[in-house]
Design a protein around this ligand. Structure first.
Ligand code: GDP
Ligand code: MG
Length: 438
């Protein structure tokens, strides 16, 4: 094999299907990545089992390495697991909608009260906040400050310790004053304890909130799975708000919490200010958790360009030996999309030597030359380049505005490439592997 071909084969990546063998390393990398993102161990195990089951036997796009294909599958699975997108507060048409926030101490409940208030105010809704955290006197004060900053009423009672009564009175007040939303800011604890759960259950039962959201600190990592599980057992959760995602935490806790609770992730807190609340988007989060953004992007891009149908058509053509200069041209045109040249070269064995040229500044010109030359050929010539003798070559070169050696070079290249393409797409990976060992 010529140098050009050999180097092309080195970068050649498509290896047919995902197998246990070629997935092993990739799965290890993905697993490591999830654990580093603080997804809890048991959730990682379940997730990986799921992914490998899904991936096994999947075909690998010629332009991708099995690991890239695998990462793409993992990413899609992550997006699906983290989803659906649902940041609706589900406000009732009549009477106040009661939203109860619960979570460990310091998770961001009180701050989230302020953020939700801001969000509602943007829709011209003035919520009433209820200071139901009677554990610490400072908590009531904190909510009052938020209320006055944002200009919304806060219901607080300092003379007793019964949060149920406070919440009931708050809802009553909202009903009387016509506030469409009531937000209950409940107490937390540093860790799960029975007393807290009993208190929250009692509020849930007696006040009957319409929406119960678990507020989780995005930086808690491995512990998130346990606390979320405990809240989920005690209460019927409707959603999760994950806070503190503005730091460098990779947010793996989200996956754990989602797996444990099964309820939608509603919002992400991305800062201490009231406007730092974003509707949850699984795509961005999946990339962040996985931190293989480049690989995912490349793999998705490759899939976008060579979609399934086209690929099958192309492979069928290659296998049947019908691969023509027209098909070659189509491929070149696809490859001509900005930024993809280098990556997509793996799709075209034998094209290694063109790679640099195509990535250079002259790339566009080179490519236009090739495409122009093929355009100047008759359909018969495109199908069977052997027809192209010296006379035809001169005609084509003239038509394309290039020197005739360009045409000679192009046909030579195509001749070398064609059997490769056929072998590559050949049934059974045996052929293909044999080709690659040469
Ligand atoms: P609570 O005990 O659950 O009510 O938690 P707080 O609302 O009092 O928040 C605890 C701390 O976390 C405060 O210092 C908040 O400013 C901070 N905090 C809350 N949400 C976020 C967030 O999304 N990003 C950052 N960086 N800090 C947050
Ligand atoms: Mg609080």
């Amino acid at each position: 094999l010529s140098d050009g071909l050999q180097s092309a084969f080195k970068s050649l990546s498509g290896k047919g299907k995902l197998t246990e063998g070629n997935m092993r390393d990739g799965l290890k990398i993905v697993e490591q990545s999830l654990l580093e993102a603080d997804v809890s161990y048991s959730v990682v195990q379940d997730f990986m089992g799921h992914v490998s089951e899904k991936a096994l036997g999947k075909r690998v796009l010629l332009s991708l390495r099995p690991q890239e294909e695998l990462v793409r599958i993992v990413y899609d699975e992550l997006v699906e697991t983290l989803g659906p997108v649902d940041s609706a507060l589900n406000l009732k048409a009549d009477g106040p909608t009661v939203i109860m926030l619960c979570g460990l101490q310091g998770s961001g409940k009180t701050t989230t009260c302020g953020k939700l208030t801001k969000l509602l105010q943007e829709q011209d809704i003035t919520p009433l906040l209820v200071a139901a955290d009677l554990q610490r006197p400072a908590a009531i004060e904190q909510l009052k400050v938020i209320g006055s900053q944002l200009g919304v009423p806060v219901h607080a009672e300092t003379d007793h310790k019964d949060p149920v009564k406070v919440c009931q009175a708050g809802v009553e007040m909202a009903r009387r004053d016509g506030n469409r939303v009531v937000i209950l800011d409940t107490a937390g604890r540093l860790a799960i304890d029975a007393e807290l759960m009993a208190e929250l259950k009692k509020i849930d039962r007696k006040v009957g909130p319409d929406q119960v959201y678990l507020v989780v600190d995005g930086m808690t990592g491995q512990d998130a799975v346990n606390s979320a599980g405990a809240f989920n057992d005690a209460l019927e959760l409707d959603g999760v708000v994950m806070t503190k995602l503005d730091g460098d935490a990779r947010g793996g806790a989200l996956l754990s919490v989602k797996e444990v609770t099964g309820v939608p992730i509603k919002f992400m807190g991305t800062g201490e200010h009231f406007d730092a609340l974003e509707p949850f988007r699984p795509e961005g989060m999946a990339s962040r958790i996985l931190q293989m953004g480049d690989m995912v992007a490349a793999a998705r891009e490759a899939h976008r360009i060579v979609d399934e149908e086209e690929r099958e058509e192309l492979e069928a053509k290659m296998a049947s030996g019908e691969f023509s200069l027209d098909d070659f041209k189509n491929m070149m045109q696809k490859v001509a999309q900005p930024g993809l040249m280098g990556r997509m070269m793996g799709l075209m064995p034998g094209m290694g030597q063109f790679k640099e040229a195509m990535e250079s500044e002259a790339a566009g010109g080179q490519l236009r030359q090739i495409i122009g030359a093929i355009n100047s050929m008759t359909p018969a010539e495109r199908k069977n380049p052997k027809l192209i003798d010296a006379t035809r070559r001169t005609r084509i070169a003239k038509g394309a505005g290039v020197q005739s050696p360009v045409i000679t070079q192009l046909i030579k290249q195509f001749d070398v490439m064609k059997p490769m393409m056929q072998a590559m797409s050949g049934k059974g990976s045996g052929d293909r592997m044999a080709m690659m060992r040469q």
